[in-house]
Design a protein around this ligand. Structure first.
Ligand SMILES: [Zn+2]
Length: 82
């Protein structure tokens, strides 16, 4: 018996209203932001805390990070500036 199992990796970039951007932007969970930005969790949390990455609480209370502001952070990190 063959079970055809398709593993679908769903990255839930749920569009949400971002107060920082004043528009609807894709949002990442903390886990997704860690892998997308290649930064440690504590750094992501710090950036969220100081508002460098816009954030809001999801419907389940989880931390949702604004993809647009996260992208500008990643440019800073990947741009070779130290
Ligand atoms: Zn934003």
């Amino acid at each position: 018996m063959v079970t055809h199992e398709t593993t679908v990796i769903r990255i839930q970039k749920a569009p949400m209203y971002c107060e920082g951007c004043e528009s609807i932007t894709p949002h990442f969970s903390l886990i997704e932001a860690i892998s997308a930005l290649s930064l440690p969790e504590e750094e992501i949390r710090r950036l969220a805390e100081i508002g460098e990455i816009h954030n809001s609480a999801g419907t389940d209370g989880s931390l949702q990070l604004c993809g647009r502001s996260a992208a500008s952070i990643s440019h800073g990190y990947l741009g070779g500036h130290t």
